[in-house]
Design a protein around this ligand. Structure first.
Ligand code: SF4
Ligand code: SF4
Length: 353
């Protein structure tokens, strides 16, 4: 099974949209090893995602988990894979050497040209020049690493420029999502500007397509792909089924935004998982009532219970912000998809079908 290990609640950054309550609480080795055992207890593959706070504050735990799981994988014959989401500031060559040997997938949280607006060190110092160096180092070891940008309203004017910048740095894949949560407030004019920036981004993606550059930008690329392939129902959000977070104290919840709500506690690494509760929750995670009858329902990410809960307090209620954003994204992606198909149908099919 797949577990997201919150190795620490602590972080060395102070991002404007961070949803974590930072407190210096670290996972113990005892919890870590029990979580690894749990990951190997079901299915044919054990998956760990190292997460935080900032996971690289606990590099020692990551090394221990990798050694332990690789040995367990050899003994049991079960596959083991791992990934990590990091703010990147603490990456170094020794860590990247070990991560590469474990075939770790690394997602680098990097807001591109808006980095210093939203992502600063605790104390307020800028992070962009450090991050640029760390991104180059990461790509020199693991060229397929992904840049993960979170766009808050104040970062919108830099959206298209950031996509270009991350591409020029050498990322082949980037993920752009919009920021949600209590610390973020979107206005209609932010959304108008977001549309303009998405259109500029689509123009840039067209330029790259013509140059035969396989750069993949997930926000738009995924919408084109889903239009052609149809969204895989298995990819829809089923809370607590595909990936389960483990807190530093070993508690299990359906997804990050539910952490701390006892109502959604699904067990812990010592006593195991309450399967009946997981099943009950998974059945509840379906298409939101307000979306019934919408033509876009099969292409919309309305089913993300975690985002819905952050925005509306209810995992099955989509916010007007999410609905507006999804409609905008699908419209712009469809227009771009048609243009790319006209330019080179064969290449288009190869890239998206
Ligand atoms: S790096 Fe992540 S955990 Fe740390 S402050 Fe930023 S968003 Fe929060
Ligand atoms: S576009 Fe809006 S109404 Fe339609 S499925 Fe998405 S969230 Fe629901």
């Amino acid at each position: 099974m797949n577990l997201t290990l919150h190795l620490t609640d602590n972080c060395n950054l102070d991002c404007s949209y961070c949803i974590r309550e930072k407190c210096p609480k670290d996972m113990t080795e005892d919890v870590l090893f029990r979580a690894c055992d749990l990951a190997f207890s079901k299915g044919t593959k054990a998956g760990l995602c190292f997460f935080g706070g900032e996971p690289l504050l606990k590099k020692d735990l990551i090394y221990k988990a990798l050694d332990y799981c690789e040995e367990k994988s050899q003994k049991t014959g079960m596959l083991f894979d791992c990934k990590m989401t990091t703010n990147g500031t603490l990456l170094d060559e020794a860590f990247l050497e070990r991560a590469r040997s474990a075939n770790m997938g690394i997602g680098l949280s990097f807001d591109g040209k808006a980095q210093d607006i939203c992502r600063v060190f605790v104390g307020g110092q800028p992070t962009s020049s450090v991050l640029e160096q760390k991104a180059k180092l990461l790509l020199s070891y693991m060229p397929d690493s992904v840049a993960l940008a979170t766009i808050a309203p104040q970062a919108v004017p830099y959206y298209a420029e950031s996509v270009r910048y991350l591409h020029d740095l050498g990322f082949k894949r980037v993920s752009f999502v919009i920021a949600y949560g209590k610390k973020v407030s979107w206005t209609d004019s932010d959304l108008d500007l977001l549309r303009t920036q998405l259109e500029l981004t689509a123009e840039y993606l067209k330029e790259l397509f013509i140059k035969k550059d396989d750069f993949y930008m997930s926000a738009i690329g995924a919408k084109i792909r889903d239009c052609i392939r149809g969204k895989n129902p298995a990819e829809r959000c089923h809370l607590g089924v595909r990936q389960m977070p483990v807190t530093p104290s070993g508690d299990l919840y359906p997804c990050t935004s539910f952490i701390g709500d006892e109502h959604y506690l699904l067990g812990n690494v010592f006593d195991g998982i309450n399967d009946a509760k997981v099943m009950e929750l998974a059945k509840r995670s379906s298409v939101p009532m307000t979306c019934a009858g919408c033509d876009l329902v099969k292409r919309c990410t309305n089913s993300c219970g975690c985002a819905n809960r952050m925005n509306t307090g209810d995992e099955n209620l989509v916010s007007p912000l999410q609905c507006t954003y999804e409609r905008m994204l699908i419209e712009i992606s469809d227009k771009l998809g048609e243009e790319l198909y006209q330019i080179d149908p064969e290449r288009f099919t190869k890239q998206f079908a």
